[in-house]
Design a binder for this molecule. Structure first.
Ligand code: FE2
Length: 295
């Protein structure tokens, strides 16, 4: 049966997802929890992101993350970002004169991938008893928060993200990836909110993304079929809402043609008991062991 609206609930106290919420998650592969994070918590994270952006010098790092090809012009900067805080600009960030066309913050695609381990403010947002409890109820018995991303989706140039499954990039055996997406600003149809194809998490993983020995990446298609994008359902979210989705649930977002940014923060968790292949793109230094959600 086709799912026409995404399951939505008020955020449960203490992260104690109810049986209803878990059933909805298992059915749709995605749930929206309204009002998970407070306005103040969102504002603190935004302010801290702003400070990190202020300290970033884009003239030294002109690395562009293509949201259409999911590829990096120069792989190494991205390649080594699994245990660092790095900045990735939008495709259209630079004008013909080689200068940024907008402010730094309004030129960035994202920041990643280890703020949750390296920055105290991001650490505090990412490690809470509520998240630990939610993860436990979602079946992650021994969660490891493998990556964090701060998504800027800036006005006018925030790029499209084509339909994909996150387990393509964060693959474990068995598959255990779960995404936690926090709206730090209202995400609307106008500024490029997420869309999901609910229910398709019950179908196989369609692609795997590999790191090759020479440091380049390769994506292998396992199921060569177009996504049924006519079944996509928008996931508009208000500031503070949390969207949780299975690593196999296909999702996408359109470009942001509006004059409002769409800042969001994401965490991805895996179960540490699952096998994490060395050929996954994301590597972490051995002196940064994976932590769970607990503070
Ligand atoms: Fe994704």
């Amino acid at each position: 049966m086709q799912i026409k609206t995404l399951p939505e609930f008020d955020a449960p106290a203490g992260g104690q997802l109810t049986d209803n919420m878990l059933a909805a998650f298992n059915e749709a592969g995605v749930i929206i929890l309204k009002g998970w994070a407070s306005e103040e918590a969102c504002d603190r994270l935004r302010a801290r992101a702003g400070e990190l952006v202020d300290a970033f010098d884009p003239t030294e790092v002109r690395h562009v993350f293509s949201t259409l090809t999911q590829e990096q012009i120069d792989d190494s900067y991205f390649n080594e970002s699994g245990d660092k805080i790095r900045f990735f600009l939008e495709d259209d960030a630079f004008g013909a004169d080689g200068e940024l066309r907008a402010s730094k913050e309004n030129s960035l695609n994202k920041m990643g991938h280890a703020m949750h381990d390296l920055d105290p403010e991001f650490d505090a947002f990412s490690h809470t008893q509520e998240l630990a409890e939610a993860a436990r109820r979602l079946g992650l018995n021994d969660p490891g928060v493998i990556q964090s991303m701060y998504i800027f989706k800036p006005p006018h140039i925030g790029g499209e993200v084509i339909c994909h499954q996150d387990s393509t990039f964060i693959y474990t055996e068995p598959e255990t990836c779960i995404g936690f997406w926090f709206a730090l600003e209202d995400a609307t149809l106008e500024n490029g909110c997420m869309h999901f194809i609910p229910g398709l998490h019950k179908e196989p993983l369609r692609q795997r993304h590999y790191r090759q020995d020479d440091g380049t990446f390769k994506t292998v298609t396992l199921v060569d079929e177009p996504w049924p994008e006519e079944r996509k359902v928008p996931a508009p979210a208000q500031k503070g809402d949390l969207v949780i989705f299975d690593g196999r649930t296909p999702h996408l977002s359109s470009a942001n043609h509006s004059d409002k940014s769409r800042h969001a923060y994401t965490l991805h968790a895996i179960d540490r008991s699952a096998h994490y292949p060395a050929e996954n793109w994301l590597h972490r230094s051995l002196d940064m062991p994976l932590r769970g959600f607990a503070p």
